[in-house]
Write a protein that binds this ligand. Structure first.
Ligand code: CO
Length: 193
């Protein structure tokens, strides 16, 4: 398992709801937390590690030594957006790129935990932002899609660099073809969604 970067096609795919939680899924979650901490992130969605499931992990502290702040959200649904707030965001699939994004200030989250317990929470501040950013991932949306037109112009050279890098990695055979990627995701979906 590794984190995939923009413009990997899995990042643009709508993830599928999970039907069950089993030991395999729990080890995937563990590995996602490890990759997230290694990359100094505070959230990571399943499609960022090339998995097609509606699931993400967060630890707002970003600190592996504070596992009590770890949370896993399965099949998240957001509702009741209120207010509007702009703050800088980054993404482990676009390393080094940061830009201001305007989002609702508070949001209600319904999901399941890794132990299958229903979650129903009204979130604000950093937690609301991270949860919205990660839920976007599951719908194939990246934070760079949500920046202002001016910011879009500013960041477009950086996005082009990511695209060039991806193309050369693919040329070197380090990334499978779109068809191979989609076939693998379809097999994983058939198993668990
Ligand atoms: Co992200």
């Amino acid at each position: 398992m590794r984190i995939v970067n923009y413009p990997h096609p899995t990042l643009r795919r709508t993830s599928k709801s999970l039907r069950r939680v089993d030991d395999d899924l729990r080890s995937m979650v563990r590995r996602m937390f490890e990759l997230m901490y290694d990359a100094k992130g505070i959230g990571l969605a399943a499609n960022q590690v090339d998995l097609p499931y509606r699931m993400f992990v967060i630890n707002p502290s970003g600190d592996a030594a504070r596992p009590e702040e770890e949370q896993v959200f399965i099949n998240p649904v957001l509702s009741k957006p209120k207010g509007s707030e702009e703050a800088e965001e980054g993404c482990l699939s676009l390393p080094g790129l940061y830009a201001p994004v305007r989002r609702p200030e508070t949001i209600t989250l319904q999901a399941y935990s890794l132990s299958g317990e229903p979650v129903d929470a009204t979130l604000s501040g950093l937690l609301a932002r991270v949860v919205q950013h990660e839920t976007d991932h599951l719908n194939g949306v990246l934070f760079v899609d949500r920046v202002s037109p001016t910011t879009q112009l500013d960041i477009s050279p950086t996005l082009e660099e990511f695209e060039t890098q991806f193309a050369s990695q693919r040329q070197r055979g380090e990334i499978p073809s779109d068809a191979e990627i989609l076939a693998r995701l379809a097999a994983l979906e058939a198993e668990r969604t």
